[in-house]
Design a protein around this ligand. Structure first.
Ligand code: 8YV
Length: 319
């Protein structure tokens, strides 16, 4: 008998969708109209043994409480900040995520965003399309990357992959993260010091209450009018209102953002600025990474239902 699972979120890669249906009896909450969801959940709650969810949707305490037979939560993503561990841990419900398989693609996007901001690609694209080149409209030069300092906020798997790539551009790497484990690059004393010592600040740390507004107004000011903020982690790490204000007032040079506080809503002020590069949370959105993420999340569910060790259980309860 195939175990019954509740699937939260949508947009899985084709191979993943097929495998989900083959292995489980899937109940897709995203396919149910919002006002019909309470009744839908009530109808299946007693049979739902697993949840398959995206990194951004996660699972909250209210939903977990309505699933009395829940045994395991598999997150299709590396970030687990949207999972309410306090609601799951007392029930002994393990949570799994999908590290490693997305690292390269997320790091690639971080570099793409950094380059796009540094070389002002979106603005140049608009300039050419609008006939600015032919009209000989004035164009200021960009600034070179070589010799500039890239400050990595959160030197975990993704942060290290970003650092390795940026070294190839002749950038100097620094980082900050709480742990003082010896890593290959100089560690700044705080996020503020890192911003002061960097030309580019690349946010790679996990989201959650412990890292909320790590990049606040003071950090943004320390990065300064020549500085660029890149965020491929979570919108919650950055004080978005302070970011908008600093960009508007010229206290920050530029920003390149894949993540936002209230996705998919992006502050209109950010959309209006030429020195801001925007992406719709697509760090891991390649066919390869998303397929591998889905298959790994499924492998975790299958291992649980077979009574085997979970391949990628989240070890520590995040703060
Ligand atoms: C996706 C992510 O947005 O891995 C993460 O933490 O944010 C992304 O890869 C999402 O999890 C896809 O389901």
């Amino acid at each position: 008998m195939r175990p019954e699972i509740l699937v939260l979120g949508s947009g899985w890669m084709p191979e993943v969708s097929e495998e989900l249906e083959r292995r489980f009896v899937c109940h897709h909450l995203a396919q149910v109209a919002p006002d019909e969801r309470p009744a839908f959940i009530a109808g299946i709650a007693g049979r739902v043994r697993g949840v398959f969810t995206s990194g951004t949707v996660g699972i909250d305490a209210a939903l977990a409480a309505r699933l009395p037979a829940l045994e395991v939560v598999a997150v299709h993503g590396v970030g687990v900040d949207a999972v309410d561990f306090k609601a799951l841990a007392p029930r002994g419900i393990p949570v799994t995520n999908t590290p490693d398989v997305l690292t390269d693609d997320v790091a690639d996007l971080a570099v793409a965003l950094l380059l796009a901001a540094a070389r002002r690609l979106p603005m140049l694209d608009r300039y050419v399309r609008a006939g600015g080149w032919e009209a000989k409209q004035p164009l200021a030069p960009s600034r070179a990357l070589r010799g500039k300092v890239a400050g990595i906020l959160g030197l975990g798997r993704i942060g290290q992959a970003v650092a390795a790539r940026l070294e190839g551009f002749g950038m100097q790497i620094r980082y900050y993260q709480r742990s003082t484990a010896q890593l290959a690059y100089p560690r700044s004393a705080s996020p503020l010091a890192l911003a002061r010592e960097s030309d580019y600040l690349i946010v790679c740390a996990p989201g959650g209450s412990g890292t909320r507004h790590l990049v606040d107004a003071a950090v943004i000011d320390a990065l300064g009018p020549e500085g660029t903020l890149v965020n491929i982690a979570r919108g919650s790490l950055v004080d978005e209102a302070a970011l908008v204000a600093a960009l508007e007032q010229g206290r920050l040079g530029a920003a390149a953002l894949d993540v936002f506080v209230d996705e998919p809503r992006v502050p209109p002020a950010l959309k209006a600025m030429d020195n801001v590069v925007l992406a719709p949370h697509v760090g891991s959105f390649t066919l390869e990474a998303r397929t591998a993420m889905g298959m790994l999340a499924i492998a975790n569910l299958l291992a649980h239902f077979a009574g085997e060790p979970l391949p990628t259980q989240v070890a520590d309860k995040p703060a």
